[in-house]
Design a protein around this ligand. Structure first.
Ligand SMILES: *[C@@H]1O[C@H](CO)[C@@H](O)[C@H](O)[C@H]1NC(C)=O
Ligand SMILES: *[C@@H]1O[C@H](CO)[C@@H](O)[C@H](O)[C@H]1NC(C)=O
Ligand SMILES: *[C@@H]1O[C@H](CO)[C@@H](O)[C@H](O)[C@H]1NC(C)=O
Ligand SMILES: *[C@@H]1O[C@H](CO)[C@@H](O)[C@H](O)[C@H]1NC(C)=O
Ligand SMILES: *[C@@H]1O[C@H](CO)[C@@H](O)[C@H](O)[C@H]1NC(C)=O
Ligand SMILES: *[C@@H]1O[C@H](CO)[C@@H](O)[C@H](O)[C@H]1NC(C)=O
Ligand SMILES: *[C@@H]1O[C@H](CO)[C@@H](O)[C@H](O)[C@H]1NC(C)=O
Ligand SMILES: *[C@@H]1O[C@H](CO)[C@@H](O)[C@H](O)[C@H]1NC(C)=O
Ligand SMILES: *[C@@H]1O[C@H](CO)[C@@H](O)[C@H](O)[C@H]1NC(C)=O
Ligand SMILES: *[C@@H]1O[C@H](CO)[C@@H](O)[C@H](O)[C@H]1NC(C)=O
Ligand SMILES: *[C@@H]1O[C@H](CO)[C@@H](O)[C@H](O)[C@H]1NC(C)=O
Ligand SMILES: *[C@@H]1O[C@H](CO)[C@@H](O)[C@H](O)[C@H]1NC(C)=O
Length: 589
């Protein structure tokens, strides 16, 4: 591979000067060493027309790319000027002055940001299937202080604005903001089309503010999907207005409910940030909470010992041979899907961890024989796929539906894998589209011990020291090492749309959400946007290069209101470079 001369110069400079900490790292970026100031009076245009922004602007018409971009500009400038990062933790102790421009010796100003969207927006911009929206953008900043941002779609503009933010710092003098990196030239585009976070709002209740904040962070990380695992056996917080009893009785408390208005507001908020909110109603297992309102539809609710009937209490699955269940699903989907379809191209039908034993208790079935259950489940899933298709949506299902149960899907269905690389290989080998949430890498709830209680005696001693099933915790380095297409052929890899980090909520709620998701979710975000390999060498990106950027990115997220966990102690982040905190090579460590 040939490096242009300019790139070589920049690479050499970069080794001697501070790292340009853009996260996720752009596909192609060159930077210089000229400092420029930026002021809140910067002139910004969109396709030639000035954008007059106010902080906190929220689009009321999410079909208007002008409003979407005005929202993006408002957030970007707020991030620079209201939440600017003074990078004292990221420079050697007491040396920030050497990094900051001298305000009194005339650095130039960034005077203009001209934004161009080169193709007209279309309806799919705002509710797209993977790959339908071109998220690429080009960003330049000249030493004369002229910035240009061009993209094909409004979503691409939003991505570019988030990069623009990361070029700037707050000055210790207070009312000044600067970039030390001009000239800048960036051409950027995502590697994977589906880059998501799974949030489980059924195991524990989350106030909507926590979901909003998570959508913010998803967008900053250039991720584009929030998968809301909206219901489970433990609780049903999602209001279904045509059947209010479902949430009133199924929620943990009758008012801990996401109303139709809450959902719509979240969907719009997400669209305005180039994020698609994907709702999952998990079934036919994981649906015990429905028995509080519709006990006749559910078998094995809270059956014990739970491990015979499901993977965690309370158990509960749909009857698999019941016209009442089908009628209920007609009504449920007729209510919910028209509210999903304006904002998303997808609906998630769940389908994980169905325990065959449940059907032994099912009055319409009475056996756990897979030969009996398989055709019933095929019919159940096929009916659901038809309901989803009737609203022009594509379905997601968990991998067990095709892999454990041999259920045939339709060609628009995407399968979400979690059990590992061989699942991805098998499915893509069959021509099936996949997103991956490999639990060994991307389950962010793991490694914090058990939530079950262990009675004194055998249970206590068997499970001591109470590690959980997916121990250990997934350190960002482990998260970063995983690419869903790692062991696939080129043909198979084309069917991997991307992936999601998952935060199952048995031991998570609004208090620890941020520290569990971020910045580890950012690590997956970079893998999905840029890949975890250096495009020039094809080698794994080095933690020596990645960790300083992640450290800075964590500080930026903190400034913007997400309580991302520390990556390292400040001793490491203030070191001359990341080798200060590197592990010794070789044996003995
Ligand atoms: C900036 O980079 C140029 C080369 O592009 C170099 O000549 C100059 O010394 C650098 N200035 C500083 C302050 O590092
Ligand atoms: C920025 O865009 C405006 C409006 O189209 C134009 O008048 C101006 O010349 C542009 N500035 C630069 C530096 O390209
Ligand atoms: C964006 O596209 C929609 C059609 O999906 C159209 O109604 C709207 O006017 C467009 N807005 C802009 C600003 O182009
Ligand atoms: C970005 O620049 C590249 C290289 O010049 C060009 O091929 C691409 O079309 C540009 N993209 C946009 C969104 O302008
Ligand atoms: C089904 O129930 C039997 C006890 O009746 C139990 O031995 C078996 O492990 C259960 N199967 C599963 C998959 O849980
Ligand atoms: C089916 O049920 C029988 C008991 O009736 C049990 O022994 C067996 O383990 C069950 N099979 C599965 C797959 O759960
Ligand atoms: C399903 O239920 C119908 C009656 O509603 C019954 O005729 C049929 O045998 C049942 N199927 C199985 C597999 O048990
Ligand atoms: C689904 O798409 C088709 C073709 O674009 C359209 O005719 C139909 O009205 C759509 N159905 C719904 C429910 O939106
Ligand atoms: C699915 O197919 C595999 C391979 O043919 C077989 O081993 C398995 O028993 C089947 N499972 C069901 C539930 O039919
Ligand atoms: C997918 O299925 C639909 C409906 O069955 C069919 O019209 C279409 O041609 C299929 N597409 C592909 C790529 O196989
Ligand atoms: C690169 O990363 C992969 C995946 O984690 C790992 O298997 C491999 O050993 C790494 N290569 C080197 C040279 O460290
Ligand atoms: C890292 O810093 C140490 C001193 O702290 C220095 O000896 C070493 O050369 C630096 N390495 C690089 C790659 O800059």
């Amino acid at each position: 591979m040939l490096l242009s001369q300019k790139t070589i110069v920049t690479v050499l400079l970069a080794a001697a000067s501070p790292v340009v900490a853009v996260w996720p790292i752009p596909a192609h970026m060159t930077t210089g060493n000229v400092s420029l100031l930026i002021s809140q009076n910067i002139a910004i245009t969109y396709n030639g027309a000035p954008i007059v922004y106010t902080y906190g602007f929220e689009p009321d018409d999410i079909r208007s790319s002008a409003q979407i971009i005005e929202g993006g500009v408002s957030r970007a400038l707020s991030a620079i000027f209201q939440n600017g990062l003074v990078p004292w933790k990221l420079r050697p102790k007491n040396s920030l002055k050497n990094f900051e421009p001298d305000l009194y010796f005339g650095p130039k100003w960034v005077t203009v940001l001209n934004i161009t969207q080169t193709t007209k927006n279309t309806s799919t911009d705002f509710q797209s299937k993977g790959g339908e929206v071109d998220e690429s953008y080009n960003l330049t900043l000249s030493t004369a202080g002229v910035a240009t941002l061009s993209a094909f779609s409004s979503t691409g503009v939003l991505r570019g604005l988030e990069t623009f933010v990361q070029l700037f710092y707050g000055h210790t003098d207070g009312n000044a903001w600067y970039t030390p990196y001009a000239p800048v030239s960036i051409q950027d585009k995502p590697k994977y089309q589906h880059r998501g976070v799974l949030m489980d709002v059924a195991r524990n209740w989350y106030e909507v503010e926590h979901i909003y904040r998570t959508i913010d962070a998803i967008a900053w990380n250039k991720m584009n999907r929030l998968h809301l695992h909206a219901t489970d056996s433990q609780s049903w917080p999602l209001d279904i207005p045509s059947m209010p009893e479902v949430a009133v009785k199924g929620a943990y408390r009758s008012d801990l409910i996401y109303t139709a208005g809450d959902l719509e507001a979240l969907q719009k908020y997400a669209v305005a940030r180039g994020v698609e909110l994907i709702v999952e109603i998990d079934m036919p297992g994981h649906i015990g909470s429905l028995s509080w309102s519709h006990p006749e539809l559910i078998v094995a609710y809270d059956a014990f010992p739970y491990s015979w009937w499901c993977t965690e209490p309370p158990c509960g699955a749909f009857n698999l041979n019941s016209s009442d269940v089908e009628e209920f699903l007609d009504k449920l989907f007729a209510d919910l899907l028209p509210r999903v379809a304006p904002y998303s191209a997808y609906f998630h039908l769940g389908g994980d961890e169905l325990n065959a034993n449940d059907s032994r208790l099912d009055p319409g079935v009475g056996t756990n024989a897979t030969s009996v259950l398989q055709p019933l489940l095929q019919k159940f899933v096929s009916n659901n796929l038809a309901r989803v298709a009737a609203h022009n949506l594509s379905a997601f299902v968990w991998e067990e539906i095709p892999l454990t149960w041999n259920v045939t899907l339709d060609n628009s269905t995407v399968v979400q894998t979690w059990l590992g690389e061989s699942s991805i290989k098998t499915l893509t080998g069959q021509g099936i589209k996949v997103i991956d949430s490999n639990y060994n890498y991307w389950y962010l709830d793991c490694g914090r011990g058990q939530w079950l209680n262990f009675a004194n005696g055998e249970a206590y001693s068997t499970y001591f020291p109470f590690s959980d099933w997916c121990d250990p915790a997934k350190n960002w380095r482990l998260v970063y090492s995983h690419d869903p297409a790692n062991s696939l052929t080129e043909e198979e890899a084309k069917l991997v749309l991307g992936g999601e980090v998952a935060l199952w909520s048995e031991m998570a709620d609004g208090t620890n959400l941020d520290t569990l998701l971020w910045p580890r979710g950012s690590a997956a975000g970079e893998v999905l946007w840029s890949g975890n390999k250096d495009p020039l060498t094809g080698q794994n990106r080095s933690q020596m290069e990645v960790s300083p950027r992640l450290n800075e990115w964590r500080e930026r997220m903190l400034r913007r209101g997400v309580m991302a966990a520390p990556v390292q102690m400040v001793w490491c982040t203030q070191a001359d470079n990341s080798t200060e905190c590197s592990a010794p090579a070789g044996p003995g460590f």
